[in-house]
Write a protein that binds this ligand. Structure first.
Ligand code: ZN
Length: 478
């Protein structure tokens, strides 16, 4: 039978604040020894009282605005009760029925190029737990992470495949990084993901039984676990069986989901309002001020690049990371004076520059090729001062040394020969030296002109203008 997958996602992102959510502990504990960034509050000692981190609240409100959410005038914190060794208080301060933001959406682009909206149910704020490490018969707990501000973004069940989940995560992470509120780094655990998946017969409106897959720590494992669950559940349904409502994990090595426990219901958590914290009032003036602080976001940036002449696909790729987008913007604004159009600059970045970045493992924010110099190089190629092949050599040297394009062209004598009297001489020599190719051409094998062009390019040590050469050859061969 044909099934439709109904997928919702919950993403937890650690916020980049200076201190923890409810205490003054330094939030930058990455390199610190275990249990050194702790205090009575984040250790959950009796009598310790939480105090809200205003910046964390502002970050979630900004995320809510960027995710097109409504910001309710009042929000509150609740206690979510569950016993777990790394949860010191026996409850987590979270938000239940009055989150900081709700009812938004993100637009993703599907593989066929069409746009699709994924609705956001809510983005709320909670505290992170400590971290357990299991060693044989022992478990060690590090509370440095306990009480870190954690934003949870929950979608409506609008996702239909692993590929859509990937696109959603890419866009969400781009927005968080543009806002500068989270690193979104899944490998470091600063962004974590859970998905819930059910199948229903295609065309049906009823929902099937949901399976939750938790603790996914890479985009790849999100995509693979979804694709795996869709197949697993379809096989059960096809065999006339019933999907069990369980929480699963993803076994990266085995490439399959594994049952962790049966699913809790919300009432198992015995949520109740956190009595030690006041209600948060998001006054309009405050929200307006936060809205004014939002940077240009990926969607707006994409549209601007498309209007400047970039292909939609390129505009999407070039805006996924804020550093890349900023590099592109700087190159484009230098492009006008350098005689480099937006489309050519984008082609050079998407092609040669990305190749060099990949090969060297470098980050675009710290490379030696300044955006203005890249534009200057593209301008040299566009004006015909050097040909494209020479341009690639020049870029490689710029990448390695940071020298300006014009200086490299000058030092290496790469300036293109477009002067036809000099080219004419080389062309005539090539014709004289290759009678077989000339005969082939005259007998109708037009491809032979490509061979002769190659000979001329070689004789000119790559400096001939290939277009002029090919025109000269055709003229001389008749
Ligand atoms: Zn603390």
């Amino acid at each position: 039978m044909d099934y439709e997958a109904i997928i919702g996602m919950e993403v937890h992102a650690q916020l980049k604040t200076a201190s923890k959510m409810f205490c003054g502990c330094d939030a930058n504990y990455a390199a610190a020894p275990p249990n050194t960034h702790v205090c009575p509050v984040c250790l959950g000692l009796p009598g310790a009282l939480p105090v809200m981190n205003r910046v964390a609240i502002e970050y979630v409100l900004m995320a809510g605005l960027a995710l097109n959410c409504a910001i309710p005038e009042e929000a509150k914190f609740d206690r979510k009760n569950y016993p777990y060794p790394d949860l010191v208080k026996g409850y987590q301060i979270s938000q239940y029925d009055m989150p900081l933001s709700r009812d938004g959406w993100i637009e993703i682009r599907l593989e066929d190029g069409t746009a699709k909206r994924i609705r956001i149910r809510r983005a709320h704020l909670e505290e992170d737990t400590g971290k357990s490490t299991h060693m044989g018969a022992y478990s060690l707990v590090d509370y440095n992470r306990s009480g870190m501000p954690l934003m949870e973004v929950v979608t409506e069940p609008d996702i239909r495949s692993g590929a859509e989940a990937w696109a959603y995560l890419t866009k969400l992470r781009a927005i968080l990084r543009y806002l500068g509120i989270a690193s979104g780094n899944m490998e470091e655990g600063a962004m974590r993901c859970e998905v819930n998946i059910s199948l229903r017969p295609a065309g049906s409106a009823a929902f099937g039984t949901k399976v939750e897959v938790k603790n996914l720590n890479s985009f790849r494992s999100v995509r693979q676990s979804i694709d795996y669950e869709i197949k697993r559940q379809a096989a059960i349904l096809d065999a006339g069986g019933q999907v069990e409502q369980v929480t699963m994990g993803w076994d990266e090595n085995a490439g399959r989901t594994v049952v962790q426990r049966s699913k809790e219901e919300a009432n198992d958590y015995r949520y109740f309002p956190e009595p030690d914290l006041p209600v948060v009032r998001a006054r309009r003036a405050w929200v307006d001020e936060l809205r004014a602080r939002l940077p240009e976001l990926p969607d707006a940036r994409q549209e601007r690049l498309i209007a400047a002449g970039l292909r939609p696909y390129d505009a999407q790729v070039l805006t996924e990371e804020r550093e890349v987008a900023e590099y592109v913007d700087a190159a484009l604004s230098a492009g006008q004076a350098a005689g480099a159009d937006a489309r050519s600059i984008s082609n050079w970045i998407m092609g040669e520059l990305f190749r060099l970045l990949k090969e060297s493992g470098q980050d675009i924010a710290t490379i030696q090729v300044a955006p203005g110099e890249l534009a200057a190089l593209v301008g040299l190629v566009n004006r015909g001062a050097i040909n494209a092949a020479a341009g690639k050599q020049v870029l490689e040297e710029m990448f390695a040394t940071g020298r300006p394009a014009a200086a490299i062209v000058e030092a290496r004598g790469l300036a293109q020969i477009s002067d036809s009297s000099e080219l004419e001489r080389i062309v005539e020599e090539a014709i004289a030296a290759n009678p077989k190719a000339v005969q082939d051409y005259r007998e109708g094998k037009k491809a032979a002109v490509g061979f002769l062009t190659g000979q001329v390019m070689r004789a000119s040590r790559g400096k001939a203008n290939p277009q002029v050469v090919s025109e000269l050859l055709r003229a001389k061969l008749g």
